[in-house]
Design a protein around this ligand. Sequence first.
Ligand SMILES: Cc1ncc(C[n+]2csc(CCOP(=O)(O)OP(=O)(O)O)c2C)c(N)n1
Ligand SMILES: [Mg+2]
Length: 399
Amino acid sequence: MAEPSVETATGSTPDPVLHAPRRGSFVYFDLDEDAKARSLFQILREDGTADDAGVAGFDRALTRRLHEGMLTIRVTDARMMALQRQGRIGFYGEALGQEAAVVGSAAASRPDDWIVPALREAGVGLFRGMTLESYIAQIFGNALDPTKGRQMPCHPIDRANHYVVMSSCIATQIPHAVGVAMAMKALGDRDRCAFGYMGDGATSEGDFHVAMNFAGVFHAPVVLICQNNQWAISTPGVHQTAAETIALKGLGYGLESLRADGNDVLAVYEVCRYAADKARRGGGATFIELLTYRVSAHSSSDDPTRYRDEAVTEVWRRQRDPLHRLRVFMEARGWLEPGEHDALAAALEARVRDVIATVEAAGPPAVDTLIEDVYEQPTWRQREQLAALRAADGDPHDH
Ligand SMILES: Cc1ncc(C[n+]2csc(CCOP(=O)(O)OP(=O)(O)O)c2C)c(N)n1
Ligand SMILES: [Mg+2]
């Protein structure tokens, strides 16, 4: 693997399109703490219309970046699910219907922030510069995989873009994110923060409460984002919590807690910019609930028709699709030409197919890599085990 040093900030110049000073002003942010955590901040209505004052801070360049990020996830996820069904990859979990929450928050992060993702934030990594080649190689887990085939699909990492590998244990990501932020503060880092993600299910775990408490007490520069997609595999939101909203939970820990329409990418971007800018100024942690819906199955191993009313899913799919909403808004303003959405989707799909063709052609990771990265030098015991493995009959990985 690459050098084992402590990662330092790279490419820290904020992107002028994504990080221009905010121009819009919203009464939402002036509400009292309780009202912010109970209401739902929205800029783009379900039909793609918006008030001019609400969208004053958005322009063609910014919305096109958001649109491309969302479309990249949509197209990549669809191809990956097809590969899984064809038996070419082992497992996949989509973010279908959650692309606005993923990309709107990613766009609020800066290159030298740290991202600690949960289950459905690969699109954050891609938005920040993780290459499709790396992402897809990590799904195949073959010789091109920077993690040498050691992770399940959907647990990507991207060191260069400060995108931490997802821990599979639900909610562990939250203390990780808060810890990263506390370390930044202890080291005297200025003008950067950590983004920590979780699902609604994670909010029932002990780690959530511990991390929220630390975030509040230590005034950690962290943005804690809960993608409330209303399902934790087969557990619906009503069985997850008796609280009126998930955002309300943050108030008990002394955290400013916001709640936004997670299918409105502009609202997501705005609340995350607010929280990240605040953290960078030394204003401490913010908890954000993004209300969305898991339109797809939990993963390729799940069949939601067994436990939920898919008529409800259809409403979210047809009437609340975050990508369609943004597209309608942009087309009405001339920020996306007629037919451009489809052309972009086709071009992205061609690119994803090209990457798959290249990546799939690679063989499995070399068997020697099994003993790398454990000690600086492999021990005699490891070398002996490797030799025994090589000697084993019919070892398909010995090449
Ligand atoms: C500690 C722990 N318990 C159970 C699981 C099994 N598990 C994997 S994903 C998941 C549901 C997560 O739901 P949520 O946090 O809402 O995220 P979503 O899948 O909806 O994005 C569960 C229970 C796990 N990975 N870790
Ligand atoms: Mg969930």
